[in-house]
Ligand binder design. Structure first.
Ligand code: ADQ
Length: 489
């Protein structure tokens, strides 16, 4: 049987995302150093064996010279990665501008930028033009590497224009598009000046996927209300062409986390942390430092809890790990100062000579340190104001099988729909409710913790990232076959 499998070539999967799963750094001798950047999408797709996957994306570095481009292309080929070269101006207008300053906040219900109206309109137009141009450059690279029978999977809000560009090149290409953020209510989406053009471009795909049923429903509503198209139980129909729209909730590679806890170095780390926090309950937040993650709201709720529960002041510690991202954007700089200011105030107010209530780290942790921290945590606090899914909540659950800690989870994270029955759900804007939930979580009886954890652990270990990727791609294959059959009938 194995021999037979070896002879059947695997289907090729072209994964197209803004960033490649590796970052390139040019060394002094002009050779390239490649560093794997492990994130949700990367670990999800690295685990799939059913397809022969190749990545297409930006390597995160400006390479203006042709010699450099050739040598980077060669170095990346060994990692099955294909670069799209974007110059600095395009990156500024497309990535920093349209993607991160317009689509990201809008899709998380933070609205469009509020600067002077005219200036916004002007910059909006040039940023949208750069967005389309960048998407076209991605399409050129995909088209160059595409072979008949390949599946093309486009990812996220950076590439909403890509399905249309690809189908214009080759209408037979199997194209799927998946959004990692929420898709907002149609009333939010309709404020976007380029609302219709983006929807139509996405609809060129054969299959459109979201983390939750709600996001899928919002997308279909936007197509019916803004474009006047017909929504069906399967998706959106336009002049006889059906674009299938469905929910595909992402998961994590839970085995990787469970196995890491057995490693000697992780065990040693766990022991160290237990000694360090002996006599205190550990609460944990792990986030990118982004306004959508609700970090100030989380810390203010913790302050309120300490204020109202003096007996807990020397018995609990909040460890908040916040990796800085998009550090050149003024709003993110403002958020960083705001968080530092609140943490400083609370530590000054409730700290002692020997201990502070909040340990705030402005950096990323390596995988093993992160697993150890998840494992020693009593209560995890995920207070996103909006979040497509939130993988941190899944990772925490995967590392808690011996401790059975409690997850406090924002009802505005996609994960609330899968882990809601096991977690304590909160409205992160309601500081009083979050503070009360902290007290409840810290004193929860063991049998209730066990019951809640069991629900979440079963979900996290059975709905994995590999299963997510394989389901999406096989659904895409089926969708295309069904569409061909419909045409023949
Ligand atoms: P993100 O907003 O980046 O992703 P999230 O789902 O929480 O958010 O996952 C981020 C990953 O980065 C996790 O694997 C986590 O371990 C890691 N990480 C975060 N902070 C870290 C730190 N301080 N140190 C080390 N590692 C850290 C987007 C969407 C999400 C969606 C994912 C996947 O915004 O809603 O769940 O894509 O679709």
């Amino acid at each position: 049987c194995e021999k037979q499998d070896a002879r059947v070539p695997k289907q090729r999967l072209l994964v197209v995302a803004n960033r490649l799963p590796v970052s390139a750094i040019r060394k002094d001798d002009y050779s390239w150093g490649l560093e794997i950047s492990v994130g949700g999408l990367v670990s999800a797709l690295l685990g799939i064996n059913e397809f022969e996957a190749r990545w297409i994306g930006w390597a995160g570095v400006n390479v203006p010279d042709e010699v450099g481009q050739r040598s980077l292309t060669k170095a990346l080929a060994e990692k099955r990665c294909i670069p799209v070269f974007l110059d600095e101006e395009i990156v500024h207008q497309y990535y920093n501008g349209y993607c991160n300053n317009i689509l990201w906040p809008l899709f998380h219900y933070l609205g469009l930028p509020q600067e002077d109206r005219l200036a916004t309109t002007r910059s909006f137009q040039s940023q949208f033009a750069a967005y389309k141009l960048a998407n076209k450059m991605f399409a050129d690279v995909v088209n160059e590497h595409y072979r008949e029978g390949d599946v093309v999977w486009c990812h996220d809000y950076h590439l909403m224009f890509l399905p249309k560009c690809l189908k214009e090149y080759n209408n037979k290409m199997k194209v799927g598009w998946f959004l990692h953020t929420p898709f907002p209510s149609s009333e939010i989406h309709r404020t976007l000046p380029s609302r219709s053009e983006l929807l139509r471009s996405v609809l060129a795909a054969d299959l459109v996927g979201f983390h939750t049923y709600d996001y899928a429903r919002h997308f279909v509503s936007a197509c019916t209300r803004i474009l006047g198209l017909e929504g069906t139980p399967d998706g959106v129909e336009d002049q006889g062409k059906l674009t299938r729209v469905a929910a595909f909730p992402i998961g994590i590679d839970s085995e990787r986390f469970v196995q890491a806890l057995e490693l000697t170095q992780v065990k040693a780390h766990i022991k160290e942390l237990k000694e360090r926090f002996a006599g205190r309950k550990v609460m944990l937040g792990v986030d990118r430092l982004d306004m959508i993650k609700g970090i100030p709201q989380k810390i203010l709720a913790f302050e309120k809890f300490l204020e109202e529960n003096p007996i807990w002041r020397d018995k609990v510690v909040l460890v908040q790990i916040a990796v800085p991202t998009r550090t050149d954007v003024p709003e993110y700089q403002k958020l960083s100062s705001q968080v530092h200011e609140i943490v400083g105030r609370i530590n000054g107010r409730f700290g002692t000579l020997t201990a502070v209530p909040i340990h705030h780290l402005d950096r990323s942790l390596d995988f093993h340190a992160l697993c150890a921290l998840y494992a020693v945590t009593d209560v995890a606090l995920v207070t996103s104001l909006r979040d497509g899914m939130n993988l941190v909540s899944y990772e925490f659950v995967a590392c808690q099988d011996s401790k059975k800690g409690v997850l406090i989870l924002s009802e505005f994270a996609g994960a609330a729909q899968s882990l809601g029955a096991g977690a304590i759900l909160v409205n992160p804007w309601n500081i009083t409710e979050v503070a009360t939930s902290i007290g409840y979580a810290l004193t929860m009886p063991e049998d209730e913790r066990e019951k809640r954890h069991r629900h979440n652990f079963t979900h996290v270990t059975t709905h994995t990232s590999q299963e997510w990727a394989e389901t999406f791609v096989s659904e895409l294959n089926d969708t295309v076959v069904e569409a061909q059959l419909r045409i023949r009938q």
